[in-house]
Design a protein around this ligand. Sequence first.
Ligand code: ATP
Ligand code: MG
Length: 249
Amino acid sequence: MEEAVLEVKDLRARYGNIEVLHGVSFFIKRGEIAALIGSNGASKTSLLYSLARLVPPIAPVVSGGDIIYNNESILKTEPHMLIQKKMMVLVPEGRHIFGNLSVEENLRIATYSYRKDVNYAAIIAEKKELVFSLFPRLFERRKQRSELLSGGEQQMLAVGRALMTGCETILLDEPSMGLAPKLMFEMFKALQKLNSMQHITIIVVEQNAKVALDFSGRAYVLKTGEIIAAGSSAELSSNSDIRKAYLGG
Ligand SMILES: Nc1ncnc2c1ncn2[C@@H]1O[C@H](COP(=O)(O)OP(=O)(O)OP(=O)(O)O)[C@@H](O)[C@H]1O
Ligand SMILES: [Mg+2]
């Protein structure tokens, strides 16, 4: 069996007194694209925040269970250390890019974890080349202030910035949010390319279940803080209950 890069065991999390993850267990294998799907309020974002080890008030407090990354618990690992160790990086919903900085500057600030590396300049150049080859539009706009980019380009930049960190796993929260269908398709194509060419593990939260299942190998369905279905994406796509509830029949 391929190795699990991430194993979540009976994870519970809460905002104050309100529990939003009620004992969630799942695994992700190294090098796969996995989708987490579910309706509004299913706790998809809360789960990603917990995995990325973000803290309140934005993220819930983990109150039980464990998150194992490369066979080690990361419950006590801070988010910046996850990045420093090139483990996991989150592309949050809403992008959160620095609008007053240029595209290139946004990319560069994501490389702080390399700053002490003797090959810093070469590493940045290599990562930038990867980002620009994946998203040629960012190359054309590299000198532009990021707030002037279109929504789709800003999403590319957010993904590009995550790539600059060199992390082996990328968590994405609704990368298709607000994108026209064609751009959404392009975004998922780019993620697929990244996965196959760079062997980056991708965990993507998506409300558009069809796209998510089409582009992933494994999927988990989250409903009000619990996983109610799991399996290969092909299996889930042909499951009649899943079809009715999430794929429009
Ligand atoms: N910072 C917060 N403080 C308190 N409650 C929160 C906070 N963020 C989310 N919640 C609550 O946690 C539950 C899960 O929300 P979450 O945003 O994780 O769901 P989601 O599946 O990502 O939904 P969506 O599809 O709308 O993005 C909801 O009931 C929400 O109101
Ligand atoms: Mg969400």
